[in-house]
Write a protein that binds this ligand. Structure first.
Ligand code: ASP
Length: 324
């Protein structure tokens, strides 16, 4: 029988009403979802028990390490996680676990496992089942879909269909049959794990009326990288070029700038005059990534590639399907 490691990090699914310890947690899952015993031999580890708004680079590193350490013992991994930042953690795992050869499935729930009308049971069942299959990607399993983790966004805070990968078909759909898509990625080399992240990365959400002085104050602090969530295909307010000059000065100090769109679709810094300043100052176009993937990708790039040219090449490359 397949062996699956369930790594708990927190979130609504695990709010069981009792203090979390590996034994009681495993027992609670076994009691509430007994059918899992027929699907896989489950082991559980608890990394933390946090609302996912408190999960970040430290926990990403620990989860990645446990997955790397468990590769010889387990066929697949299920990471139980709060929904709020699940997509960021999925990105972090996708960029740090390279040439993954088995499933890493993040899941959670909008209602606790112990609650009436919970979606936790189904999500856990689906996640464990897909973790036993030949699906070597980091995915988010939610409401009958498996989604590519590094393309995912949290799309709704109240609906059971909480996640989406805009512009990309689900990797798998759970219906009468379990239909796995043809666009599934496969490893192209030996597995490696490099879970380093530079946490001094800021996000700049461009909005009408944004005062460049606020941006300057933010970038004058100890920031090493900034993800610019721009309009459309990568535009920003450009009258008098005040914002561009602030970004240019930061760039001059070595701050890495990665541009993503707020909307979905492909960033193209050559299409409009109002993107030209970004292109000229050497900002990296983020392709189809959303903020959720761009933040861990930039954090990892800053930690793993000290050389600027290598870092740029890695940032624009399609590492885990984030550009598809
Ligand atoms: N605030 C919770 C979290 O992200 C929400 C959830 O788990 O769905 O941890």
């Amino acid at each position: 029988m397949a062996r699956v490691l369930v790594i708990h990090t927190g979130g609504t699914l695990g709010m069981l009403g009792t203090p979390l310890e590996p034994g009681t947690y495993a027992q609670a899952i076994a009691d509430r979802v007994p059918e899992l015993a027929a699907v896989a031999e489950l082991h559980t580890e608890i990394v933390c028990n946090l609302d996912s708004s408190d999960v970040g680079p430290v926990e990403w590193t620990e989860v990645a390490r446990r997955i790397a350490a468990g590769r010889s013992a387990y066929d697949g991994f299920v990471v139980v996680h709060g929904t709020d930042t699940m997509a960021y953690t999925a990105g972090a795992l996708a960029f740090s676990l390279r040439n993954l050869d088995r499933p890493v499935v993040l899941t959670g729930a909008q209602r606790p496992l112990a609650a009436l009308r919970t979606d936790a049971r189904r999500n856990l069942q689906d996640a464990v089942e897909i973790a036993t299959r030949d699906v070597p990607e980091v995915g988010i399993c939610f409401d009958g879909l498996l989604l590519r983790g590094c393309r995912a966004v949290k799309a709704d805070a109240r609906l059971y269909r909480a996640f989406d990968t805009p512009g990309l078909e689900p990797l798998a759909r759970f219906g009468v049959d379990l239909a796995v898509g043809r666009h599934l990625r496969r490893p192209t080399g030996p597995f490696s794990c490099d879970p380093r992240f530079e946490s001094r990365v800021a996000v700049l959400h461009i909005a009408p009326g944004l005062d460049p002085r606020w941006v300057e104050a933010m970038l004058d602090s100890d920031v090493r990288g900034v993800v610019v969530a721009a309009f459309g295909v990568g535009t920003l307010p450009s009258r008098e070029h005040r914002l561009a000059r602030v970004l240019e000065r930061a760039r001059g100090r070595g701050v890495e700038i990665l541009v993503v769109t707020q909307h979905g679709g492909l960033v193209d810094l050559g299409m409009y005059q109002n993107s030209k300043a970004l292109a000229d100052l050497g900002a990296v176009p983020g392709g189809k990534m959303r903020v959720e993937a761009a933040v861990p990708k930039l954090m990892h790039a800053l930690a793993a590639f000290p050389d600027g040219a290598e870092r740029h090449a890695w940032l624009v490359s399609d590492v885990a399907g984030e550009q598809e």
